[in-house]
Design a protein around this ligand. Structure first.
Ligand SMILES: Nc1ncnc2c1ncn2[C@@H]1O[C@H](COP(=O)(O)OP(=O)(O)OP(=O)(O)O)[C@@H](O)[C@H]1O
Ligand SMILES: [Mg+2]
Length: 285
């Protein structure tokens, strides 16, 4: 169906029940499919919500979504609340739910090329651009909202199946680089990263392999650096350049990871949050 241009203008107003976004027509089928599947899954779980797709048009690239009111991007919200760790633990659980429960269909089943596809045991349906600007928190009920189910524009391919470490790396990188104050982000990073990975582990039972994670961080950061350079986003490019050696050294040597980021992979246990959410966990798993 073709969404007329006027309806796009109307629907884009905040008072409209719809949010219409423009997507590259070559990518819209994949985004529609993933958003739709995520919406169905999100109705069966308490961990996150993805807006419903009301309509889409492969010619014009218009995607009409249910509008979420009171949406605050996570990149802003986590810096304005004292409950950032609890929230990030829930984001880890939400991503775990997605990786466990979303399944490829015969219609769309494209696998990422090497090395992005990872090892067979790590191949899952991925969000593709799982970062703190594409995830929000709804102010009314504190529900985590996951948007923008398209492969990150920095990636040189389109896929729906890739290594779980692609999404994990996207999020861990954004905890460091997508924050308004990088110094504060560095200080909070060990706790934030640990608690997010703990949530993921609690949901999937998979203990994150730090060598794989840092391999993907190096790959992903490099791809994003290239895009930032092409777009002449100089400050973002410099920030990405600064962290690249830290990611690279951490990949080679776990001790360096502990030294540079003060994160001990063996001590990823947040009993405080764990016990507080134990009841909630049993209800919603
Ligand atoms: N369903 C929705 N309801 C309300 N706001 C939305 C909705 N979808 C997207 N938005 C708003 O639009 C912003 C961009 O959306 P999205 O990430 O899906 O598109 P994008 O094309 O990737 O844009 P960007 O490049 O800015 O990330 C979101 O951060 C959010 O503020
Ligand atoms: Mg986006």
């Amino acid at each position: 169906m073709v969404i007329p241009q006027e309806s796009y203008m109307l629907a884009d107003k905040a008072s409209s029940p719809y949010y219409v976004k423009h997507v590259d027509p070559s990518r819209i089928a994949m985004e529609f499919y993933l958003t739709n599947q995520a919406n169905q899954l999100s109705r069966r779980t308490n961990w996150f919500y993805t807006p419903e797709v009301m309509d889409w048009d492969s010619v014009s690239g218009l995607l009409k979504l249910e509008r979420i009111n009171g949406l605050i991007p996570l990149s802003i919200y986590i810096n304005n609340t004292h409950q950032d760790l609890e929230l990030l633990w829930k984001v880890g659980r939400a991503l775990g739910t997605i990786h466990l429960q979303m399944k490829p269909s015969s219609k769309i089943k494209s696998i990422a090329p090497k090395p992005w596809c990872g090892r067979p045991e790590d191949q899952v349906i991925v969000h593709g651009d799982f970062n703190t600007t594409n995830i929000g928190c709804r102010s009314t009920d504190k529900r985590i909202i996951i948007l923008d189910w398209s492969n990150g524009p920095a990636l040189p391919f389109q896929c729906c199946i890739a290594s779980r470490y692609l999404d994990l790396a996207h999020f861990v990188r954004s905890l460091l680089l997508q924050q308004s104050c990088m110094i504060k982000a560095m200080q909070r990073y060990p706790d934030r990263m640990n608690v997010f990975l703990q949530g993921y582990c609690d949901q999937t039972g998979i203990v994150v392999d730090f060598t794989k994670l840092f391999t993907f961080l190096v790959l992903l950061n490099h791809a994003i650096m290239k895009k930032q350079w092409r777009q002449r986003k100089i400050i973002s490019f410099i920030q990405s350049c600064l962290v690249q050696p830290l990611f690279a050294v951490s990949r080679i040597n776990k001790k360096w990871h502990k030294k540079l980021f003060c994160v001990d992979p063996k001590q990823m246990h947040y009993s405080y949050i764990h016990s507080r959410n134990e009841k909630n966990r049993r209800i919603t798993t």
